[in-house]
Design a protein around this ligand. Structure first.
Ligand SMILES: NC(=O)c1ccc[n+]([C@@H]2O[C@H](COP(=O)([O-])OP(=O)(O)OC[C@H]3O[C@@H](n4cnc5c(N)ncnc54)[C@H](OP(=O)(O)O)[C@@H]3O)[C@@H](O)[C@H]2O)c1
Length: 366
């Protein structure tokens, strides 16, 4: 851990954000306390943020006084220091990541979903069900990047019920979620002969996305018409014989109106999120979804489409993702790792760099 407390600052979406490292008193953990019998104490070694954390950061920056701080972060890797009396599957020295199992944590009364929105706090006490042990083959920077993307992408792919030789489209290809999805789809591509298509607004990164194992990467122009070059759109519709069997879309408010016309009858569209998570804080314009509920449901009805929502995933989704990683079948894209006083550069890279490709990690290790 960095020796001194310090505060730096940067701008995100034009809003000044103070950030830094603040030392506080260590927490205590009484392993014999019956109230903590299913809990563990662990030390966070590295953490990362996701799209969702941007709202929490901007909310703190715009609503709290400058001397108030909020520990941020939604993914972490930690080492267990001590365990409660009922904990048998985890022991001191084990390395763990968050288990975001949703919609049921698996334990009565224990909240589902992300274990913490304060993943950067160095010492934490959590219920054992909110953690998953990881193998030693997974390095800290990967582990700190893994649990939300791994669990969410495996859940969405499971719900698509992919069949041999289907055409699958993934939007916002450079988002961390879609990078996980594209890597996870590779085993279906190799074993079941599916064809994977991807949309991206990052024209300069088309080759990098293609090299994951995408059959065709298509550049979109998000703020202009036509969105896709008409000749390209025509050739994709010819190539796919009328469109896609499955679509994975992390930003439904940016894409769904454009997706309906390219879905085959009986196709499945699945989304895990939306772009418009912070425009109320930044005063910027919300995207126009370009579609009425009547049109959406009428089209779904006429063509027997499935419009599916997905929030995170099951413990078994995360376990499968970890196993696939351990078998060498799920590469994880880490853009960069920051340490020491590079807290503002860490957030700057995560939220302000158009060429970011993969997860950005902050590590407490020197
Ligand atoms: N519900 C859940 O369980 C769950 C779990 C994980 C993620 N999510 C959601 O999934 C989404 C992605 O999260 P993430 O952390 O993976 O995001 P991220 O890495 O920050 O996504 C950045 C990418 O989003 C695309 N994008 C951003 N603004 C755009 C715009 N104006 N027009 C077109 N594309 C734009 C770009 O992709 P290209 O450069 O390729 O165009 C950009 O590279 C969010 O909605 C998040 O809340 C939900």
């Amino acid at each position: 851990m960095s020796a001194d407390s310090f505060v730096d600052h940067l701008e995100i979406e034009g809003i000044k954000v103070n950030c830094g490292i603040i030392h506080t008193k260590d927490i205590t953990f009484a392993s014999k306390d019956p109230a903590l019998s299913n809990h563990v104490l662990f030390q966070v070694k590295a953490f990362s943020c996701n799209y969702r954390d941007k709202r929490l950061i901007l909310n703190t920056a715009t609503s709290s006084s400058a001397n108030r701080f909020n520990a941020i972060g939604s993914e972490f890797v930690g080492v267990i220091l001590s365990v409660g009396s009922n904990v048998t599957d985890l022991k001191p020295g084990d390395r763990v990541i968050g288990n975001n199992c949703y919609p049921d944590s698996g334990v009565l009364g224990l909240p589902p979903g992300v274990p913490t929105n304060h993943a950067s706090k160095e010492f934490r006490i959590l219920h054992q069900a909110k953690l998953m042990k990881i193998p030693s083959i997974m390095p800290d920077h990967v582990a700190a990047s893994f649990s939300i993307g791994g669990q969410t992408s495996y859940s969405m792919i499971r719900k698509l019920q992919i069949q041999p030789e289907q055409n699958i489209l993934v939007t916002a290809a450079k988002s961390n979620t879609s990078l996980f999805v594209l890597h996870a789809l590779q085993k279906y591509r190799h074993k079941m002969g599916i064809r994977v298509y991807a949309l991206t607004s990052s024209g300069k990164l088309v080759d990098k996305i293609q090299s994951i194992g995408v059959d065709r990467v298509v550049q979109i122009r998000p703020n202009s018409e036509p969105w896709i070059d008409p000749e390209t759109a025509k050739s994709i519709l010819e190539e796919t014989k009328g469109g896609f069997h499955g679509i994975i879309d992390p930003f439904f408010d940016l894409h769904i109106a454009k997706m309906l016309p390219v879905m085959k009858p009986e196709a499945k569209y699945i989304t895990c999120g939306l772009y418009d998570q912070f425009t109320d804080l930044t005063g910027t314009q919300s995207p126009n979804i370009g579609l009425s509920p009547q049109h959406l449901l009428y089209t779904a009805m006429i063509y027997n489409l499935s419009i599916i929502g997905n929030c995170i995933g099951l413990t078994s989704d995360l376990a499968q993702a970890v196993e696939d990683y351990a078998q060498g079948n799920l590469p994880v894209v880490v853009d960069s790792v920051y340490k020491g006083r590079d807290v503002a550069p860490f957030f700057d890279r995560m939220y302000n760099s158009p060429d970011r490709f993969g997860k950005v990690v902050y590590s407490y290790e020197n």
